[in-house]
Design a protein around this ligand. Structure first.
Ligand SMILES: Nc1ncnc2c1ncn2[C@@H]1O[C@H](COP(=O)(O)OP(=O)(O)OP(=O)(O)O)[C@@H](O)[C@H]1O
Ligand SMILES: [Zn+2]
Length: 489
């Protein structure tokens, strides 16, 4: 079995071979830090988190770098609106980025370079491009001369001729560009804007140059994998390639991976369209469609139930389905906590390492086959759900019939397999203390409210309360005699 990725550069699935055996260099474009992250961002970084976890699980040492764009018009506008500095805005949203990602159990990157820390490296790169004839200064700006780079369009498939035909005369008139397809490497300072000194006069870097400079500074000329959202293919990634390859004389990345968009009614979720839901609003019960706290693992499940390259529509139904699925998976993950003692297990949950799990374990094999196939997380999750459902059935037998069908050691192995494989996808269940957890008084209260709603034939309200209980891990069972029982899932 070998690992394959769909490479956007070659437009086909390819076996993965890193430049140095056993080691992987990975760079993913990071956020522009002017506001809270929405679910589109969550998808992107959850996706790369799983890529990274999976590479590690496959035995690679991964060096993962993700930038923060901390120089940008949007940050500047926000700073102006709040009467503060770009640095203060960036700092705030970098901290909030970490809070959000930690809640989603996204592992920290090895390095988080910022543009403001790489001004020198950017100057050096622009200087080299200029010396090689790929860049020219004009009107206080510096532009990349696209015509000079024969491979322009290799990633996006857009030819220079089409780009030129599509560019309006206005583009050219508004700047000092020689050709409408050229793009800014350095933007001359405008009055009242933060500016950095440079050999071309004061100003600030264009957007694309930052990634080329940071990749070279932190990871070298050629990296194994470059990731980012599909919306970045053109112009951002095309321009990264043009800059890096022209300056270094080597390819920028051997594999390009792009995630599909989170959409709302078919449109990309984005700040500019105003159709976004932030991660924290969803987790903290402020999404009007589902005004209850959502477990961060539900977000992870919502994302991973789709293949990373496909669009993913954010709807109430999709979240409700993920809530249900998480209850199943969580019950499986907590099987040992709930039933281990009754089964006479003495082994602490994660004591056995993966190596100790039998290699011909069919679940591990199926999981790996799915993930090796361009990170087929829906396929991998199907394996986890099969395990979780089997354990849940056995838990019920144990509770209701006094003993399970399978031997306790077989169940132990299944449970440990489930824990291990879930961790590869970043799923962890806590027995207590998750956002949705309720204490017994609150449960009794909600059950009473549900009964009252049912008596008033307000079934929508009754269902909402049952969902709220389910989100807290409680199953409500209506007895034929009208009694209501509940149990932890
Ligand atoms: N709706 C989305 N679905 C999936 N990925 C997204 C979505 N929106 C942004 N991303 C990805 O998140 C990463 C960070 O994006 P960035 O900070 O540039 O946001 P953006 O695209 O400007 O978003 P917005 O337009 O909402 O501000 C990029 O890789 C981008 O492709
Ligand atoms: Zn980038």
């Amino acid at each position: 079995m070998f690992l394959t990725f769909y490479n956007s550069l070659t437009k086909r699935k390819q076996p993965f071979t890193p430049s140095h055996p056993g080691r992987v260099t990975l760079y993913c474009c990071g956020v522009t830090v002017y506001d809270d992250c929405h679910l589109g961002h969550a998808r992107s970084y959850l996706g790369w988190d799983v890529l990274r976890r999976y590479l590690r699980w496959r035995g690679y040492v991964v060096h993962y770098v993700q930038n923060f764009t901390d120089i940008d018009d949007k940050i500047l506008n926000r700073a102006r609106a709040e009467g503060t500095t770009m640095a203060a805005i960036s700092e705030r949203y970098i901290q909030r980025y970490f809070e959000d990602m930690h809640r989603l159990n996204v592992m920290d990157a090895d390095e988080y370079p910022r543009v403001t820390e790489h001004i020198e490296a950017i100057h050096e790169l622009i200087g080299q491009l200029e010396a090689k004839g790929y860049a020219y200064a004009a009107g206080g700006d510096v532009y990349y001369r696209v015509e000079q780079f024969a491979d322009y369009g290799q990633l996006s498939g857009r030819s220079l001729a089409t780009l030129q035909a599509g560019a309006s005369g206005r583009d050219l008139a508004a700047t000092a560009k020689a050709n409408p397809a050229d793009f800014a490497l350095w933007k001359g300072a405008k009055p009242d804007e933060p500016a950095w000194d440079s050999p071309w006069g004061p100003g600030r870097p264009g957007w694309h140059i930052e990634c080329s400079a940071m990749i070279r500074a932190r990871l070298g000329a050629t990296i194994d994998i470059h990731g980012g959202g599909g919306d970045l293919v053109f112009p951002h990634h095309e321009n990264e390639i043009a800059q890096s390859q022209a300056a270094n004389g080597k390819p920028l990345a051997n594999y390009w991976l792009h995630n599909g968009m989170v959409t709302v009614k078919g449109e990309k979720m984005s700040k500019s369209l105003g159709n976004f839901t932030t991660i924290r609003d969803l987790l903290e019960g402020r999404w009007p469609e589902y005004p209850q706290p959502v477990d961060p693992m539900v977000v992870r499940l919502f994302v991973l139930q789709g293949h990373y390259r496909k669009p993913l529509d954010f709807t109430k139904d999709a979240i409700a389905a993920a809530i249900n699925s998480w209850q199943t998976l969580k019950a499986g993950l907590l099987f040992g906590d709930h039933h281990g003692a009754a089964l006479g297990w003495s082994v602490a949950p994660l004591q056995s390492s993966l190596q100790e799990l039998s290699l011909d374990n069919p679940w591990v094999e199926r999981f790996q086959t799915a993930m090796d196939d361009d990170l087929n997380t829906p396929g991998a999750l199907a394996v986890l759900f099969e395990l979780a459902k089997g354990l849940q059935r056995e838990g019920n037998r144990l509770v209701h019939e006094g003993k399970p069908q399978s031997r306790p050691d077989v169940l132990l192995q299944q449970w440990q397999t489930l824990l291990h494989l879930s961790q590869v996808l970043g799923f962890e269940a806590k027995a207590n203390g998750t956002a949705g957890d309720l204490d017994e008084a609150a449960i009794a209260d909600l059950i009473q409210q549900r009964q009252a709603a049912r008596q008033q034939r307000d079934f929508a309200m009754a269902d909402d309360i049952r969902d709220r209980l389910a989100a807290g891990g409680i199953t409500v069972v209506d007895q034929p005699d009208g009694e209501v029982r509940w149990h932890w899932q």
